[in-house]
Design a protein around this ligand. Structure first.
Ligand code: NAD
Ligand code: DAU
Length: 336
């Protein structure tokens, strides 16, 4: 198969490209990525000389560039990871979110339709469902997004549904819980807190720290997307979850204790505006239809992730310094 992975230089997209090249010896992958602040070709060093891997710098909002990459590489299917992804940035500056997460998705749907591709997998988020106090969201739950990020993702997902209903475009949408693992940009909770602690800095915990998130390891997510790319019927929607729910304070304490620190390293700060209290998704459909289930033990995965950040300061230090330092200063002080 000739696969186009959009956003493949980011956190999960790069894991997926490495997974596909290792799992399918006859597949070819084209990575189409704009290289925003979150795109990092260091994530793909180990495959950059693989003859079955090609990188093309481009923007999914640029319709002609999308068409060119598909035509020139005889692409058969798309997996779309390209998005603006950080909720805090969407609160400070939503513009790029609306463009990439809605208009970019629209361009990929148009291309899937017009080039008669076999499948487009749209990687989306549990955040489109909003916040839930008890129980879990199913694929039938209504959308109720609460941040510019989740509203933009929901816009893209609605277009996917409309393209299937109207044109029978073979698109499959995922709603995933929070990813964790190596190579995650250090603005998100887990890598931000780990790298702060390595630097001897405190960790800023928003509000009362009792917001709940559900966590899935990169390896389990790659396997789920593999199954959906190959087996899911066009027009279907699947939740991808783990059942590993934690209050932020519980997760923070796990990181602190694993790294040999105490609660004095927590800095309680002002809450995120519109902060969703709890995400929880029911992924029984994915299990029932394909037998997929998460395998990674959370404590083991977290320990490996901490070890990776400790061993790879050359990867993350440049991302928290230089031109990027201003963002981290703002993220911290705005909340303080
Ligand atoms: P990321 O922020 O690490 O990487 C995003 C990538 O997309 C970057 O390489 C960036 O350069 C690229 N990109 C951004 N705008 C682009 C554009 N206009 N054209 C081409 N490339 C562009 O992302 P991530 O955290 O790995 O998330 C990947 C996908 O999974 C996103 O769609 C996100 O909404 C979804 N998701 C993420 C999580 C999570 O916990 N991180 C959970 C559920 C769903
Ligand atoms: O649920 C899936 C979503 O998970 C994805 O769609 C998003 O792309 C991804 O960024 C993530 O969103 P969250 O807002 O849940 O992730 P983040 O790591 O930003 O925050 C996790 C929780 O930790 C959240 O409740 C806010 C809190 N937090 C975050 C940061 C960065 C803090 O308390 N302090 C912080 O400094």
């Amino acid at each position: 198969m000739k696969l186009l992975v959009c956003g493949g230089a980011g956190f999960m997209g790069s894991h997926f490209i490495k997974y596909i090249l290792a799992t399918y010896p006859d597949y070819e992958v084209v990575n189409f990525d704009k290289l925003t602040y979150a795109g990092n070709l260091e994530n793909l060093r180990e495959v950059e000389n693989n003859p079955r891997y090609t990188f093309v710098r481009g923007d999914i909002c640029d319709k002609a560039a999308v068409e060119d990459v598909i035509r020139e590489n005889n692409i058969e299917a798309i997996v779309n990871y390209a998005a603006e992804t950080h909720v805090d940035r969407s609160i400070m500056d939503p513009d790029a979110f609306l463009r990439t997460d809605i208009l970019g998705t629209f361009n990929l749907l148009e291309a899937t339709k017009n080039f008669n591709l076999t499948k487009m997998v749209q990687i989306s988020t549990d955040e489109v469902y909003g916040s839930i106090e008890a129980g879990s969201f199913t694929e039938e739950s209504p959308f109720s997004p609460n941040s510019p990020y989740s509203a933009a993702k929901a816009g893209g997902d609605h277009l996917c549904r409309a393209y299937f209903v109207t044109y029978k475009t073979p698109v499959v949408v995922t709603h995933s819980c929070n990813f964790y693992g190596t190579n995650q940009y250090p603005e998100k909770l887990i890598p931000f807190f780990i790298t702060n602690l390595i630097e001897g800095k405190k960790v800023p915990l928003y509000g009362d720290g009792k917001n709940v998130r559900e966590w899935i390891h990169t390896s389990d997510h790659c396997k789920a997307v593999d199954v959906l790319l190959h087996k899911a019927a066009p027009g279907e929607v699947y939740n991808i979850g783990s059942g590993q729910e934690l209050e932020n304070i519980e997760l923070t304490n796990m990181i602190l204790s694993e790294m040999g620190f105490g609660g004095d390293m927590i800095e309680p700060v002002r809450d995120r505006p519109g902060h969703d209290r709890r995400y929880s998704i029911d992924w029984s459909k994915l299990k029932k239809d394909f037998g997929w289930h998460p395998e990674k033990d959370f404590k083991a995965g977290l320990r490996e992730t901490i070890k990776w950040y400790k061993n790879n300061p050359n990867w993350w230090q440049p991302l928290k310094s230089g031109e990027h330092r201003e963002y981290f200063k703002k993220q911290y002080t705005e909340k303080a």
